[in-house]
Design a protein around this ligand. Structure first.
Ligand SMILES: [Zn+2]
Length: 565
């Protein structure tokens, strides 16, 4: 297997890794200088381990049917990661016990100290075994969903490969594709529900072990959400219901009129009107890469250089194929100083957006390289997604490279802005659903499905007619891998999207200044709090009703601006 990542330790010989930790743990810390260089060494060791573990994870995602890749990945999960967590916690204890902490420069070290204190409060040795079980269940989820294929007109397709059919102007084709996708998910519903049941039990136990009343509170601490509370999330959900839902309903009614249909069914939501063809921004992934490189060149030469280097080094796995896990992500390889992009392209507009989005994460990783401590290069998702979602919008004025037809270009730009309006309510549903799952850990499967449906009714547009597809509606959440793999990771998309719209607003007013602020803010990593990072970007970390209202007025005006271009 070609290696695009570095392995400095032999993970098959865990003693070797352990010795590196023991050495650090036994180091005397008598002066502030010793303490600081000890922190730096710890940071280097973490980088080495993170790089190899990320590499193994990527290998497995790229070939989820390879026994070799699976064995290596599972060895990490079962042996390396538990040991890693145990020693990180011991190193944290040693750090916090040092009476030299008070002599460290607080302007630089305060966030690190706060983070380590929080980790200490949360850490329980007995949770490590539970996390191994949790990881195994997540792996099972990917095995079930990754193996899923359907027969569309005699051709075997993965669910990602079905995506273009959902936009087809021919209503029968869309209905068929949607039905196949929904039936495929329903065929594995019992297995996925069982995985969710088991996950909830384990996660609830972890929270109780850490003396917290539920797993939601546990994850708020785990994600270091120091700047907002669960109540703020509920407030945000209501602000979005008040100002975004009506706008989304208006847009869907317009879409329905454009399609000329009496009832707006689930398979119509993404449809392209008759006479138009679905957007196809590229013919193959080479086009996608080279056009993106040109776009990035015009924003910043470094951005473009990054993409080209990753391509040359085999760090882009873009095409969809059987045996590959679903989804898309960017993974940092800190030792190599680069990132890996994984996605399942099938020539759609979404695929183009995915690459630009994931590149935003790569750019962010690159901007943070100057941060001396690896802890400060691990950013919370509220800023990580700000980096990626902003790039989607800041590249929009160059999409003519993908769309030389003016109508296609306008359509793509409108789709991007409408996509934000369509997403925000959905993002809140996934968030509020997870709050409910863990606030009520003893619920049944049918209560769970019922709750999801209720949240859709409350927060999302009610233009879609689900008559006869009630069951589909209830189980849409089974395809949201975050709920299984990275619980509670979703509100960040909403928060960051609100930040990205503000970045875009700023870019429309002053592109150079906006880009400068973007780079300045994101290079801070997590060395500053979220409100400080947002402030450096020239935007507000604010999800009040007024803010949502203001941004929706801006988006609506932008949409009509594109119309009259
Ligand atoms: Zn992202």
């Amino acid at each position: 297997m070609f290696k695009y990542y570095m392995e400095t330790y032999d993970f098959q010989n865990p003693k070797e890794v352990e010795q590196a930790f023991v050495k650090l743990l036994n180091r005397p810390l008598d002066t502030v200088e010793q303490l600081e260089s000890w922190l730096k060494e710890q940071s280097d060791l973490k980088e080495a381990i993170d790089e190899a573990m990320s590499g193994h994870y990527i290998d497995f995602q790229c070939q989820s049917n390879s026994k070799e890749a699976k064995d290596i990945f599972e060895h990490d999960q079962n042996v390396i990661d538990p040991m890693y967590k145990k020693y990180l916690s011991l190193l944290n204890d040693k750090f916090l016990a040092s009476n030299l902490i008070g002599q460290l420069d607080p302007t630089f070290y305060q966030p690190l100290i706060k983070s380590k204190q929080n980790a200490k409060e949360l850490f329980r040795l007995e949770n490590i075994d539970l996390e191994i079980k949790e990881d195994a269940l997540t792996t099972k989820y990917f095995e079930h969903t990754g193996a899923l294929t359907v027969q569309m007109d005699g051709v075997e397709l993965t669910l990602s490969q079905l995506a273009p059919f959902m936009q087809d102007p021919n209503r029968e084709i869309r209905e068929k594709a949607s039905t196949l996708a929904a039936e495929a998910i329903m065929s594995i519903e019992p297995e996925l529900q069982k995985i969710m049941d088991d996950l909830i039990v384990i996660r609830d136990k972890k929270a109780k072990n850490a003396d917290l009343s539920n797993y939601r509170d546990y994850m708020f601490k785990e994600y270091e959400r120091f700047d907002y509370t669960p109540v703020d999330c509920k407030v945000l959900a209501q602000s979005i219901r008040k100002y975004v839902k009506p706008l989304k309903e208006k847009l869907q009614k317009e879409h329905q009129r454009e399609l000329g249909i009496d009832t707006y069914k689930p398979w119509d939501v993404l449809a392209v009107p008759t006479g138009q063809t679905p957007l196809q921004p590229f013919n193959d992934t080479n086009d996608l890469i080279s056009n993106s490189a040109t776009i990035f060149q015009n924003l910043d030469a470094r951005f473009s250089e990054l993409l080209k280097t990753m391509d040359q080094r085999g760090m882009l796995d873009l095409n969809s194929r059987k045996g590959k896990a679903p989804g898309g992500f960017c993974s940092s390889l800190p030792l190599s100083g680069l990132s890996f992009i994984f996605m399942n392209a099938s020539k759609t507009h979404d695929d183009m957006i995915t690459l630009l989005h994931e590149m935003g994460h790569c750019i962010h990783n690159d901007l943070m390289k100057k941060q001396p401590l690896s802890d400060y290069r691990e950013t919370p998702m509220e800023s990580a997604e700000l980096a990626s979602m902003s790039i989607e919008l800041l590249t929009m004025n160059q999409w003519n490279l993908f769309y030389n037809n003016e109508d296609d270009l306008k359509c793509a730009m409108k789709m991007q802005l409408k996509g934000i309006i369509q997403f925000l309510p959905q993002g809140m549903i996934i968030d509020q659903f997870q709050h409910w799952l863990y606030e009520n850990p003893t619920h049944t499967t049918s209560e769970r499905n019922q709750k999801y449906q209720e949240l859709m009714q409350e927060l999302d547009s009610n233009i879609v007619n689900w008559d006869g597809q009630e069951k589909w509606r209830q189980i849409t959440w089974l395809r949201v891998l975050h709920i299984f793999e990275v619980p509670f990771y979703y509100i960040e998309y909403v928060i960051a999207q609100l930040g990205a719209v503000q970045m875009y607003k700023q870019y429309r007013e002053n592109p150079d200044k906006a880009l400068e602020n973007y780079k300045k803010a994101l290079s801070l990593g997590s060395s500053k709090s979220l409100p400080e990072v947002y402030e450096a970007a020239g935007i507000r970390f604010d999800f009040s009703e007024e803010m949502i209202k203001e941004l929706m007025i801006f988006l609506e005006a932008e949409l009509s601006g594109i119309e009259s271009l």
